[in-house]
Design a protein around this ligand. Sequence first.
Ligand code: ADP
Length: 614
Amino acid sequence: MAPPDLPATPTLTVAHSGIPERLLQKATLAKSLIYNGKTVSDTATLQRGLPIPQGISKPAFLSAIDELRNLLGAKHVLLNDKEIKNGWYMESPNTHDMMPLFDSEEFIASAVVYPGSVDDVKIIVKWANKHLIPLFPISIGRNLGYGGSAPRVRGSVTIDLGRRMNRILDINADDFTCLVEPGVTFYALHEELVKRGLDDKMWIDTPDLGGGSVIGNTLDRGVGYTPYGDHWACHSGLEVVLPSVGEKGDVSVLRTGMGALGVGGENTWQCFPYGFGPYNDGIFSQSNFGIVTKMGMTLMPNPGGFESFMYTFANESDLAPLIEIIRPLRISNILENVAQLRHGLQTLSVKGHPRTKYFAGTGPMPDDVVRKHLRTTATGECAWVYYGMSYGPAHIRGHKLDIIDKEFHRIPGCKRIDPSTLPADEYFWSRDRIASGTPDLEELKWVNWMPNGSHIAFSPVSPIRGKDADNLFALARKRHAEAGIDLMPAFCVGLREMHLIVEIVFDAEDEEMKRKAEECLRGMIDDAAKLGYGEYRTHLALMDQVAGTYSWNDSALMKFNNTLKDAIDPNGILAPGRCGIWPERYRNRGWELKGGETSTEGEGVAPVGGQSKM
Ligand code: ADP
């Protein structure tokens, strides 16, 4: 039973990060399921007190915080010195990783600051350089599975950009583009299209859950499920505050692409991403080189019709031949969207029940048990489920769907599930909404698989080849079996590559399970690297290891990143360690996490940067 006194989830009318009214009922149910699974209090008193960043004394830090309060207004600077609250997806904390692999007080902020403008961000950068205090920018902070809102360096000051900088600055219904600030979520952007009566004309591309910000998700190179699924590829134009302070005490703000044009840059900023000269946008994604305050994004025209489809495949060994069938269909756009091929176990777990409902034993749930329970579901007994969508008017869809049907049926035992047989609450319809541009709140239900359900992802990319799918599935299978963890893989197929997303669901209160989850993740990263596979994105705890696998030619890429970091951020104040990029002041001081550590901190920081402190 749900605890009786759970407060209602804030809606978009009261909070920038709220839930759309249309999803409130769903949020209430999701929230009660999650709170049912919590075995400990949602709040915890900080055992180690205020987390002060290394390199500054407590009195100096507190006096710097007072200075920041004077600069921005006391109510916009909050110290994190009392207790932390985990909450849930829709009411997630901006202070720490609510799904911690380490102790909750490791990846944690000392304070949160809420800028209201680009000028405020510049003031914060100047302040951080003066006091050598690490900053960590977030847009919404719902990057769950990859560290959420947490900073990499303990005691960093989090810049929560989303709370006060959350305007949709432009929706251009002629060009099908928009310009947004960090606090605009996929939910909010979609609701705005509805409000303006434009949702019939243009779609957004949304991830599985719509509560993340368009900017945060895109900067971390997240994906969605329409034909516009690669968010980074679909953005056009950034505005960035740089992390250093010039000789005259100035902080630079730049615009990329056409936004750099001296006069009238706004005219084509969202239409042409490159501008003139080097294409710099890339250095601001998955990095720590700048604070993004605006971003342009393309919107997709309504294709004039759409139709979801679902196929099941009987055997795990169907994976490789199926991927071989998918590749040419995907590259030639017969399969049009970033579709998902999911393991049958996820079809069970996404129903939102605890694993104990299906199986009382320990170790990975045996295949025959998974299959037995799948028999009672809409997909029936199977190993894999393919969720896809066809776009355009009926006669065009019909042509493509016929080809897909014929090709998929080359796998013996392949079944097409007729959507008209599926009840309205079947997960299939959530995929249907997402692939047609309507953000939903269904996906997080598999977190309930474990008590105090938390998740962390292993996310390697590979070509769309049967052999690669088999290799990745086999190594994940082996490591999960060793760790005694259920394996829930999903292949998300892009145009020339596929992301394998393996979400490990763990009990955040079970230290042994957390240790095994870490071992499993680190083992998979190493195994994959030996076979030539790299992760496209990762959790804070794993960034050093993943960055270390991109080591071609004596780690030339990391050396280049370090050169950029030292030039752009000489005092090393911005998100030190993010994506494995450490500023000079932190380098070679034991900050890297490679496995087995119990603390996330290194042996101090150099007192001043590569260049002098201002
Ligand atoms: P979401 O908005 O999807 O909830 P986050 O706000 O958690 O995502 O952002 C994901 C990651 O991207 C953050 O951990 C942070 O490192 C980086 N990031 C997010 N927003 C910005 C920004 N405006 N400028 C620079 N980096 C950002």
